[in-house]
Design a protein around this ligand. Structure first.
Ligand SMILES: *Cc1c(COP(=O)(O)O)cnc(C)c1O
Length: 501
């Protein structure tokens, strides 16, 4: 199987090539050049499998140039007992007879990014070797919080790789900052940028394409690669947990084999929900995909009207990992629902670039609406949902997951569909403890308390353990103290890679 660009103007490459390159040379995203199907017999055989065996079987269908042994090693290393705090890896919790929660945050950094960023760092060096690459891989990341830490944990001490994470000096929470600056590992660098996230991200993009920096690091034996969510190597591990959730429900007798279910996904860059779409295309019995947005509701508007318009005010919300106006992975959905019409996709992406908006045709919109439904939650509704869900079910959810729950309730109201539904829970409630503690304990209990004190308070009040990855962060040694101006980022990359810093 080969991977082709959604914009149709670059050569198809192998899975290894797609993972190494991250993005196609014409600016498009890599997608499989044929559909991948799982038969009912194959699906039924997976009911009795462990998460690891399911992952192995499904990854192999897409990564056809990787050997079974290679995939087994990647999966075993990624989802190990040292990394994940439950052997189920992605447990499904039952709220009531209609509603379930798929917990995707049992990995080392307590957000769903671990599901893919534990696998990608293991695929990448093998992909480089397969494509005849003799240089080491240097990963550059610009982060507003969750991705940076998950990428650092994933790439730490992976042979043949170095990783440099840039974060805006005053743009991340104290927990997120400490998660990064205390990072262990011999191949990791964390750098604060005196600027905002946009400047940090532009800085990284410039370095990627700067011929002088590229030539310099090539001489030092490196090539750049990307760990962001447009890399196919991040998408394919996410398909696995949708299958796994379905199979668990069958195994537990909650649904009969072949019965359809819905998934609700709190969405930002459209990566997570796109994996659910691929699972559905492959034959997983899925009815609707419910796209839950926060106040930055560009996707809700798109799914309802067919117009994607990023020229709007940007809001900071209490679900910051969904504060995004350009959902890059939507491009892959457009490619699939137009029957792989690269010309049309290219046109829309050019419009997005030049005008900040585009409108899809009626036929395309109809195909999208046949699968997707969308609504959004503002911050007050999100807080209320955390509180009510805790009262009603004794279940504590983080702000992103609560956006999903709120939108699910709107979906049932609007459609009357009470079919079995699974909400993807994307972060541990402890990761966003300020909002979560306020929602369930009230303003009084939280006033004047530091983030680490709140972890303890929340844990005592709910009886839930503080995740290992967040515990004692304030007592760990700080290993990364470098702060630079945005215009110094390129120089710092060169110095770090040549060991002069
Ligand atoms: C990244 C993230 C999201 C959004 O996922 P996308 O794949 O970008 O749509 C939602 N919730 C949390 C906690 C995240 O870290």
């Amino acid at each position: 199987m080969l991977y082709e660009s959604t914009r149709g103007n670059s050569q198809p490459v192998s899975a290894a090539g797609a993972i190494k390159l991250g993005i196609a040379s014409d600016g498009g995203l890599f997608v499989p050049d044929r559909s991948v199907c799982v038969t009912s017999g194959e699906l039924s055989a997976m009911v009795r499998m462990s998460y690891h065996q399911r992952a192995q079987a499904l990854l192999q269908l897409f990564l056809t140039d990787f050997t079974p042994d290679e995939i087994r090693d990647c999966v075993a290393g990624a989802y190990s007992v040292e990394k994940f705090d439950t052997p189920e890896i992605t447990p499904v919790r039952k709220l009531d007879d209609h509603l379930y929660v798929l917990e995707l945050w049992h990995g080392p950094t307590c957000a769903f990014k671990d599901m893919a960023l534990q696998v990608l760092p293991r695929l990448l060096p093998r992909a480089a070797a397969k494509t005849g690459e003799d240089r080491d891989i240097a990963i550059l990341v610009a982060t507003s919080g969750d991705t940076g830490k998950a990428a650092l944990e994933g790439f730490r001490d992976v042979p043949g790789t170095r990783i440099i994470v840039f974060y805006p000096a005053r743009g991340v929470s104290e927990v997120q900052r400490l998660q990064m600056v205390t990072q262990q590992g011999e191949n990791v660098h964390v750098v604060a940028v005196e600027g905002n996230f946009d400047q940090t991200q532009s800085g990284v993009k410039e370095i990627f394409t700067d011929p002088a920096v590229n030539a310099a690091i090539n001489r030092q034996g490196y090539r750049f690669s990307s760990a962001n969510s447009i890399n196919w190597g991040r998408l394919v591990p996410q398909i696995v947990y949708y299958f796994s959730a379905y199979l668990d429900l069958v195994a537990q007798g909650e649904i009969s084999f072949g019965q359809t279910i819905n998934f609700v996904v709190p969405t930002g860059n459209f990566g997570n929900i796109l994996a659910a779409f691929y699972a559905r295309q492959m034959g997983l019995p899925v009815n609707r995909l419910i796209c839950a947005a926060n106040r930055n509701n560009v996707l809700t508007d798109f799914i309802r009207t067919g117009t994607y318009d990023r020229t709007r005010e940007f809001f900071r919300t209490i679900s910051p990992s969904m504060d995004i106006l350009i959902s890059s992975n939507l491009e892959r959905l457009l490619y699939e629902v137009t029957g792989r019409d690269a010309g049309r996709v290219r046109g829309w992406m050019a419009m997005l670039q030049s005008e900040g908006r585009y409108r899809v045709d009626g036929g395309t919109l109809e195909k999208i609406q046949a699968v997707f439904w969308s609504d959004f939650a503002g911050d007050p509704a999100t807080m209320e949902t955390i509180r009510n869900t805790y009262r009603q079910y004794g279940y504590l959810m983080d702000t992103h997951t609560a956006v999903g729950k709120y939108v699910y309730d709107r979906y049932v109201e609007a459609t009357g569909d009470t079919g079995k539904t699974v909400i993807a829970s994307t972060a541990s409630p402890f990761k966003f403890n300020q909002s979560v503690a306020t929602a369930v304990l009230g303003e009084e209990a939280v006033r004047g308390k530091g983030e680490f004190e709140l972890l303890e308070i929340l844990s005592r009040a709910t009886g839930l353990p503080i995740p290992k990855g967040l515990k004692d962060l304030d007592k760990k040694p700080v290993r990364h103290t470098l702060t630079v101006a945005p215009e110094e980022m390129g120089r710092v990359v060169q110095e770090l890679l040549t060991g002069r810093n």
